[in-house]
Design a protein around this ligand. Structure first.
Ligand SMILES: [Zn+2]
Ligand SMILES: [Zn+2]
Length: 245
C-alpha cells in the first residue's frame, strides 16, 4: 500500500509499505478520510520539533475509516463498521486512561503512543488500530466529519466537559480557528445560549459567526476586555476556553 511519511523538510515522502498484519485486540481499517491538523504542520511537516518526538512513521492522527479485518479478542466490532480513531493509545490502566483521557496517560512510549507520531497513522490505504481507540461513527456523519472530530472536535469537547458547560454559561472562545469553531458549536449543543469569540483576524470572526459557531465576535487587542464586559453587562463570561495557544 501507499503511505505518507513527513521527513520534516516541508516535503512529503510517499512510500510503498506493507499492509500491516492484524494482531489480538486490533482491527485493520481501510482509510476513508485522514485530515491534517495544525500540529502536523508545526511539529512534523516543517520540522520535527516539540516535546513529542515524531518517529518517522506514517503520518496522520485524525483517521476515519471502515473495518476490513478483525483480530482475536475484538468481539463486537464487525467488518464494515465505520469508526473514528482516537489519536492516542494509552496504557489502559492509569487513572487518566480509565477516565477516557488517554492523551494524559502517565505511561511513556512505547506503552503510550500517538497515531501518526510514534505509531503508523492515517495517511495510508490501511491503518492498524487498537480496538480500544476505535469510536463508532454515527450514520449521520460522513468520513470527513469523523476525521475532523478525531482531534479537533474531541479536544474542544473534552475542555467543555471539564468545564461542565450548560445553559447557565456564556462561553468565551479565544481563537476561532477550527478548534475554536468546534468549541462554539459544541458549547451551543451543550446548552450555552451565548458564545463570544475573540480573534486577531476579523475575517475568522465573520466566518465563525456566519456558520453559527459564535454569536458575537471581538477583535483581539487592548480594548477586547472592555468590549467583552460591555457585551455581558459587566458580568464577563462564566467559561473561557483558550483555543489560540
Ligand atoms: Zn491534532
Ligand atoms: Zn494510561
Amino acid at each position: 500500500m501507499t503511505g505518507v511519511v513527513l521527513p520534516g523538510s516541508s516535503d512529503v515522502d510517499i512510500r510503498e509499505v506493507p499492509v500491516p498484519a492484524v494482531g489480538p485486540g486490533q482491527v485493520l481499517l481501510r482509510m476513508r478520510a485522514s485530515t491534517i491538523c495544525g500540529s502536523d504542520l508545526r511539529a512534523v511537516y516543517h520540522g520535527h520539533v516539540g516535546p513529542e518526538p515524531y518517529w518517522g512513521v506514517i503520518a496522520g492522527h485524525e483517521p476515519c475509516g471502515e473495518v476490513v479485518e478483525v483480530g482475536a479478542g475484538t468481539g463486537g466490532i464487525r467488518v464494515g463498521e465505520r469508526v473514528v480513531v482516537y489519536h492516542i493509545s494509552g496504557c489502559g490502566r492509569c487513572a487518566e486512561c480509565h477516565a477516557g483521557y488517554m492523551i494524559s496517560c502517565t505511561a511513556e512510549p512505547p506503552v503510550k503512543l500517538a497515531y501518526g507520531w510514534q505509531r503508523d497513522g492515517g495517511h495510508a490505504d490501511y491503518l492498524l488500530a487498537d480496538l480500544a481507540t476505535c469510536v463508532t461513527l454515527p450514520d449521520g456523519l460522513s468520513f470527513i466529519d469523523g476525521a475532523c472530530v478525531a482531534c479537533g472536535f474531541g479536544t474542544a469537547y473534552e475542555a467543555l466537559c471539564r468545564a461542565g458547560v450548560s445553559g447557565r454559561d456564556t462561553v468565551l472562545v479565544t481563537g476561532v480557528g477550527p478548534v475554536g469553531m468546534a468549541t462554539g458549536m459544541l458549547a451551543k449543543a451543550m446548552g450555552s445560549q451565548r458564545v463570544i469569540g475573540v480573534d486577531v483576524d476579523s475575517g475568522r470572526l465573520t466566518f465563525a459567526e456566519s456558520q453559527g459557531c459564535i454569536d458575537e465576535g471581538v477583535t483581539a487587542g487592548a480594548d477586547a476586555l472592555e468590549a467583552i464586559l460591555e457585551l455581558t453587562g459587566g458580568e464577563g463570561c462564566e467559561v473561557s476556553v483558550d483555543c489560540s495557544g
